[in-house]
Design a binder for this molecule. Structure first.
Ligand code: SF4
Ligand code: SF4
Length: 308
């Protein structure tokens, strides 16, 4: 395992040994790692020579923040508070906006969404979302798009750690879930939080950003988060049945016409073995995000047409 892997996987694996940790189910899905512990432990996708300085500039802080997400749980209060009031939540939302985050989502974490051999300390989740640059997604696939995506991962990872600091300073326990990797499956968490609905490409589509964003999470001791008891975005599922634009645009044919539901409750939307070679060769691809109808037209106008 290389330096990148050691800095990320070892602290992450330690979480499952901590007292009170909530671990994955026996049949949990394995996380797919760009930086596999069985590989050299360094980033395993090819980078063009011109992109190397930018990628190196991003990867140092990225590793530090992935490491911090796991190691900083040692700073949690011994007896964390479990109730939050509305003024503190409003302050949290304002702080999140100042970090460049979109609307926060709140949900309970079903254990089936924890990756194999991973663990969280709390099952109350704050779901974070950060927009990706529209103009650079328009250039997908391109080196500029890939650098922008990595920068978004990095900024979102920093924001997730800042949110945990914010909560700890106010007496709550918190664990950051970094957007690159992470220990749980984020799009279904966003859906459970009522933030949006999954498209046929498997990504969460939200009114704020369509599919053009990245997700992360913060797990917290706060037991009275304002959970969403409904999701008003389920119509997206019906809309997708009439669309299929991402399926047609995907250069590898990786997006499944009919998603596959597994016994462990996880749903596969993309044939990873088809997507990944293209993803590697074509700068992180992202054509499915660029071409999604919800990236081309606003959520509100699609919704009013749909309802009309
Ligand atoms: S990233 Fe590219 S290859 Fe992979 S599913 Fe999206 S469009 Fe297809
Ligand atoms: S391109 Fe169309 S089918 Fe694919 S996720 Fe977007 S709206 Fe749904």
């Amino acid at each position: 395992m290389g330096r990148f892997g050691r800095g990320v996987f070892e602290p992450e694996d330690r979480l499952s040994k901590l007292e009170g940790a909530i671990g994955a189910l026996a049949d949990a899905p394995a996380r797919f790692d760009f930086i596999g512990p069985e590989s050299s432990g360094e980033m395993s996708f090819p980078v063009s020579l011109s992109a190397i300085p930018s990628m190196l500039r991003i990867m140092g802080p990225m590793r530090e923040n992935m490491n911090l997400a796991s190691t900083s749980v040692d700073e949690n209060p011994v007896e964390p508070k479990v109730e939050v009031d509305e003024p503190t939540l409003e302050e949290l939302r304002g702080y999140a906006r100042s970090l460049g985050l979109g609307e926060l989502g709140y949900t309970k974490l079903p254990r089936k969404l924890i990756f194999k051999e991973k663990a969280v300390l709390y099952d109350n989740v704050i779901v974070l979302s950060m927009e990706m640059d529209r103009a650079k997604i328009e250039k997908a696939p391109s080196p500029e798009t890939r650098i922008m995506i990595m920068e978004t991962y990095n900024e979102l990872g920093i924001a997730a750690n800042r949110i945990t600091e914010f909560l700890r300073e106010r007496g709550y326990g918190a664990q950051a879930g970094h957007p690159l990797g992470g220990v749980t499956i984020y799009p279904p968490l966003g859906e459970l939080a009522g933030m949006g609905w999954h498209g046929r490409h498997g990504m969460l589509i939200t009114p704020e950003y369509g599919p053009r964003h990245r997700l992360a999470a913060v797990y917290t001791s706060i037991g009275n988060l304002p959970l969403s008891d409904m999701n008003s975005h389920a119509w997206i599922g019906e809309f997708c049945k009439t669309c299929g634009r991402c399926i047609e645009a995907c250069p590898s044919g990786a997006i499944l016409d009919t998603p596959v539901s597994h016994e462990n409750g996880v749903v596969t939307h993309i044939e990873r073995d088809l997507c990944f070679p293209v993803f590697l060769r074509q700068h992180g691809c992202s054509i499915c995000i660029k071409e999604c109808t919800f990236n081309r037209t606003s959520y509100e106008s699609l919704r009013s047409n749909w309802e009309g």
